[in-house]
Design a protein around this ligand. Structure first.
Ligand code: ZN
Length: 264
């Protein structure tokens, strides 16, 4: 089930009666005294969706079940891809999700996961979308890494297309999701130095799709982030490096924060 991290990571250090006065980020740290933490995302709910589930591979029938994505039917979930050395996308997305949760928690956000690798399989893509909707999330980011042919490199963000079909109606989320997506591209690039994917049409790291249930069924701003290409040796070298994942997580958190604080 989904787990609500709430504010466990983010206990504010109160300095009662001190004359720091301002709740802005402090300019001078006098004598190394602890200063109040800036919590710009207090009151915001962010849903992080770690793509796939490491256990999906043991449940091929269950994850092949078709679910309604508005425009048609699609598999409940997939196993995701892996590097040539066998580092699974689902392991990557969970690790990155934990790092992002920790970072956003420190900034005051309430972070909810769609799953934490603690289920037999899934959740299905429709349930992943419902989690964001039910939590009335201010932003949802689905974390992934791609499985494109070797030689293709870089990261990209997938935005929801304008879709109105069956249960799907993205008309209210297309515009804010695009702002969220652009903020993520800028911040992810800034934090990692990675280039936008060289195999996505616009060359700017943005793709728009109407065939993903996780986006079609969302009623809150949501994007997918494909952090790199697991099938390319150079990108795989980044994705398997914990230090790089730390920078990637900071990029994701920075992008979400920029969107939520109206800097985008
Ligand atoms: Zn994926």
């Amino acid at each position: 089930m989904t787990r609500d991290d709430a504010t466990a990571h983010a206990r504010a250090k109160k300095t009662d009666g001190e004359d720091k006065g301002s709740d802005k980020a402090p300019e001078q740290g006098d004598q190394g005294k602890q200063v109040p933490e800036a919590r710009p995302l207090k009151g915001k709910t962010v849903v992080i969706d770690p793509g796939h589930n490491p256990n999906n591979r043991d449940h091929p029938d269950e994850i092949a079940r078709l679910v309604d994505i508005g425009t048609g039917k699609k598999e409940c979930d997939t196993t995701g891809t892996a590097t040539n050395d066998g580092y699974a996308e689902a392991e990557f997305t969970l690790d990155l999700a934990h790092r992002v949760r920790s970072d956003l928690g420190k900034r005051g956000a309430t972070v909810v996961f769609t799953h934490d690798g603690d289920r037999e399989y899934g959740p299905c893509v429709d349930e992943r979308a419902r989690t964001g909707n039910e939590k009335k999330a201010d932003a949802v980011v689905s974390l992934h890494a791609d499985g494109a042919p070797t030689g293709n490199r870089g990261f990209h963000v997938i935005l929801p297309a304008q879709v109105r079909d069956g249960e799907a109606d993205t008309s209210a989320i297309v515009e804010p999701s695009e702002r969220l997506g652009r903020a993520l591209v800028d911040a992810f690039r800034g934090a990692t130095g990675e280039r936008p994917a060289d195999y996505i049409d616009d060359g700017k790291g943005l793709d728009t799709r109407g065939d993903l249930g996780g986006l079609n069924l969302s009623t809150v701003p949501k994007v997918f982030l494909e952090c790199g290409n697991m099938r390319d040796a150079e990108d795989a070298g980044l994705l398997t490096d914990p230090k790089w994942r730390g920078r990637a997580a900071q990029g994701v958190a920075d992008g979400i924060a920029a969107y939520l604080t109206g800097k985008r």
